[in-house]
Design a protein around this ligand. Structure first.
Ligand code: AMP
Length: 469
């Protein structure tokens, strides 16, 4: 999931900036896209299922008109949240005015807060936790002196990993949870407009210069009088940026906490080469997020890097599933081996992660069919042993292959010659050139920085005691 916001004081094509900003953040979510334009307090919104350039045709974008501010979102869907109704930003009319609100992440106490609000008479339309954010903020706003004060009060109860953007008629407000689990930064353009984005790559795309990260627990308020920081929640909890941002989620050209994602991935590959060396002829990367680590593995090991797999760049949500009977072809439509790179060779295949093991099984078959003599799989993330409760789609333990099998057993299942994972102790060293003080790596070590959900709410509208364990 990703958020993007533009704040200016004069009328401009802010919808276009939001469009290009979200376009740059598309890798963080492909289920739905949405933009709200704020024109002197009049909100014009459009959101739908689909990727940015499918949802925002020229006419739709033009229909949003000009404004001083805009707020945008792309989200990805697990089975419960990919429906159209869960698309963001959410528009809220409350007694003190109007808000547009959008987030990246998840609340760990979503079900409890939702039930509490329902018992007070609240009505929910979606299964997206953005509604709980909206209710908690507007409820606090009944007595708070400003929207930012209301957010500050609501944060006492909102627990989890989230980066949040709230737009009122006069303000754009950027918020990061107390642990800073997901990235959020802002920049400035030469025309004076401020731009807030989940990742720095989106700032570059719209011509903004990076100013700084929003700190964990910080609320940053953009108004016509300037930029104000509220630090009531800062420093209360240790910083715990999701380390998987460096390994998979973020784009390699983004910089998070002064550390390049590309360099962090290359370092992961180098650590992997030291921990799991093997005699081989070529190192290849699984596109796209395995490439950087494969280069790092090759550099450290001295084994040449080769272009071994090509991914069709145009596969999106419009991809027509050819059905069960042509399943093998389906894999080849998405991914095809470069025979000249792998034929007769001992191949090291670097992927960013192994979750259920589906990708590895398919890719190993492709490479064997292309004539690879040996295939050694290396994962630049450690083994996933625990679910994520902060918005990354890492499922329950039953779904995680590393919970059930050893690397040797996995190699047999995949049809590979060996499997090796990045050692857990190396994961915190990936971005040590940066300024982050600590990471969440709970999906690997089970050490969650917050309470974990006591109750879950499923897609059939039932409350359940936590089911993800
Ligand atoms: P699997 O096929 O289930 O083992 O998943 C591993 C593949 O999924 C890797 O190639 C990753 O690039 C990708 N991946 C890892 N984490 C996620 C995620 N949270 N959402 C979607 N894809 C992911």
């Amino acid at each position: 999931m990703a958020v993007f916001g533009v704040f200016g004081t004069s009328l401009a094509n802010v919808a276009s900036s939001a469009y290009y900003g979200l376009y740059a953040l598309q890798h963080r979510g492909q289920a739905s896209s949405g933009i709200v334009v704020n024109d002197d307090g009049v909100f014009r919104a459009y959101k739908d299922s689909g990727i940015v350039n499918e949802v925002f045709t020229h006419n739709v974008l033009e229909g949003l008109g000009l404004g001083q501010m805009a707020l945008g979102n792309v989200r990805y869907g697990t089975s419960a949240t990919k429906e159209r109704i869960n698309a963001e930003p959410m528009l809220v009319n409350h007694v003190k005015g109007r808000l547009a609100i959008s987030h990246d992440g998840a609340l760990v106490n979503y079900a409890e807060l939702r039930r509490e609000l329902e018992l007070e008479g609240a009505i929910f339309h979606t299964s997206n936790d953005i509604e709980v954010f909206a209710y908690m903020i507007t409820k606090a706003r009944l007595t708070a002196l400003s929207t930012e004060d209301a957010i500050c009060q609501a944060m006492e109860r909102l627990k989890g990993g989230y980066s949040l953007l709230v737009m009122s008629p006069q303000k754009l407000i950027a918020v990061r949870d107390e642990n800073g689990l997901h990235p959020l930064c802002y920049g400035k353009r030469d025309d004076g407009e401020y731009v807030v984005a989940s990742e720095s790559c989106a700032l570059n795309t719209v011509g903004a210069t990076f100013v700084r990260e929003i700190d964990p627990g910080e609320i940053v308020v953009f108004t016509k009088d300037g930029v104000k920081s509220i630090r009531t929640h800062c420093g209360k909890q240790p910083e715990r940026l999701c380390v998987f941002e460096y390994l998979y989620t973020a784009r390699p050209d983004s910089v998070i906490n002064d550390c390049s994602v590309h360099l962090a991935r290359k370092r992961a590959g180098a650590f992997l080469a030291k921990a799991h060396p093997v005699e081989a002829d070529v190192v290849i990367g699984a596109p796209d997020s395995g490439i950087d680590a494969a280069i790092g593995y090759a550099e450290e090991s001295g084994i040449p890097y080769g272009l071994g797999l090509i991914k069709n760049k145009y596969i999106g949500r419009t991809f027509i599933d050819p059905g069960q009977n042509v399943r093998e072809d389906k894999v080849k439509i998405k991914l095809n081996p470069v025979v000249e790179t792998v034929k007769g060779k001992r191949v090291v295949l670097v992927d960013d992660s192994i979750v259920r093991g589906t990708t590895c099984t398919r890719v190993v078959k492709l490479l064997r069919d292309a004539g690879a003599k040996e295939i050694h799989i290396r994962s630049s993330a450690p083994a996933f042993l625990n679910p994520c409760y902060y918005g990354t789609d890492i499922g329950s333990k039953e779904e995680l292959i590393a919970c059930k099998y050893t690397p040797e057993e996995m190699a047999k299942i995949f049809g590979a010659d060996s499997v090796g994972f990045l050692p857990l102790e190396d994961v915190v060293k990936l971005a040590e050139s940066g300024t982050c003080k600590g990471y969440c790596k709970a999906c690997f070590d089970g050490l969650y920085p917050t309470e974990i959900p006591k109750m879950m709410y499923d897609s059939k509208y039932n409350y359940k005691i936590s089911e993800k364990k």
